[in-house]
Design a protein around this ligand. Structure first.
Ligand code: PS7
Ligand code: MN
Ligand code: MN
Ligand code: MN
Length: 328
């Protein structure tokens, strides 16, 4: 099931130490199911909101399943009793972490169903609910397993930054996919930012608005870069090799994707993705903190080089340069 529903996490989850593999796999599948409910724009709001709030109870209900979602997620939701069955076999201490995070995430998703992301503060809060909490829960699993130190259970701030860095990259890159969503668009770009560049968010699709769209994109990429130093600080504390790779590979993909998106009109016209070969190169070689610094340094350098050409035309270029330098 994991291999069918996840392109990006399946391999790293399966490489985790035996003690953590099943718990993290089930954490992923439970949250993937919760996200499938959140994302399905065909589920009526008055059904969806209460369901998101009680979803954490469904993970103990052996018969619960539902028909919703798209593509491979339909199957996950239909076969959900298999997930529940496996969930009930993992250690209760892991079950408790997963249930608690699922409850808090469902609550947060419900809060944002009827509300737009307006301010940057709300953008950070939404990302906390859907990704920061994942970082916090994973850190608790790492600590409980004793593969990582006890302090991981109390590193909520750094763990939150790990999640925000991934989630913001996803939200920035998925502009076109999310705005073209059928039957209704779902957007997470904060209005406080895009409102400075356009009256409507879909205006960025038009070629005549290229300059405004890039200004906005670069401001959001610059905002996301704020999390990178904290994520490096988090990863510096990891001592298990496979846990390190599990954490570091998605973070490298994120900074690589941000570098690719920076000042790139392609975000508004199609899918911007790192090339397979480049991804493979980083994934294979990422073993030590030195490898991680080298990768971050390279991508920060690439942003820096382009930002320095924009200092006279882009009002956030100087801040982008400072943030890239801080990473380097
Ligand atoms: C439990 C590994 C490692 C300390 C499904 C991993 C969707 C970016 O746009 O699939 O829906 O296709 O590209 C992952 C911190 C969460 C944050 C959040 C749970 C890192 C439901 C990942 C994955 C914390 C809400 C997937 C946050 O993106 O999205 C496990 C440390 C799920 C992590 C969602 C997004 C994840 C995401 P899309 P993607
Ligand atoms: Mn979602
Ligand atoms: Mn989603
Ligand atoms: Mn997305």
């Amino acid at each position: 099931m994991l291999n069918r529903v996840s392109r990006s996490f399946a391999v790293v989850i399966q490489s985790l130490p035996t003690e953590l593999r099943d718990a993290v796999c089930l954490f992923y599948l439970v949250l993937r199911a919760l996200d499938t409910v959140e994302d399905d724009m065909a589920v009526a709001v008055d059904v969806k909101v209460p369901l998101l709030r009680v979803f954490h109870e469904k993970i103990y209900d052996r018969s619960w399943k539902m028909s919703c979602g798209y593509g491979p997620y339909v199957d996950l939701m239909q076969q959900y009793p298999l997930v529940t069955d496996a969930f009930l076999r993992i250690k209760p201490m892991y079950q408790k972490v997963i249930a608690d995070i699922t409850r808090r995430m469902g609550e947060g998703m419900a809060e944002f169903i009827e509300k737009e992301v307006l301010t940057v503060k709300e953008y950070d809060l939404y990302c906390h609910y859907v990704a920061g909490l994942v970082g916090i829960g994973l850190s608790q699993l790492f600590a409980s397993s004793q593969l990582e130190s006890e302090e991981f259970a109390n590193m909520e701030d750094l763990a939150n930054h790990m999640g925000l860095f991934l989630q913001k990259t996803n939200i920035i890159r998925d502009y076109l996919e999310d705005i073209n969503e059928e039957p209704a668009p779902r957007m997470f770009w904060p209005k406080e930012v895009w409102g400075r560049y356009a009256r409507r968010l879909d205006a960025f699709k038009a070629p005549e608005n290229a300059a405004a769209s890039l200004g906005c994109l670069n401001e959001l990429v610059t905002d996301a870069l704020r999390h990178a130093p904290h994520s490096l600080a988090y990863m510096a504390k990891l001592r298990n090799h496979d846990v390190f790779r599990f954490c570091a590979i998605p973070q490298v993909m994120a900074i690589g994707t941000l570098a690719l998106c920076y000042n790139n009109r392609g975000v508004f016209t199609g899918v911007v993705k790192m090339r397979r070969g480049e991804t493979a190169k980083y994934v294979q070689q990422l073993c030590t903190m030195a490898d991680l610094h080298q990768a971050f340094d390279r991508f920060a350098g690439s942003i820096s080089a382009r930002a320095s050409e924009l200092v006279n035309t882009d009002k956030n270029a100087k801040l982008a340069l400072r943030r890239a330098a801080e990473i380097q």
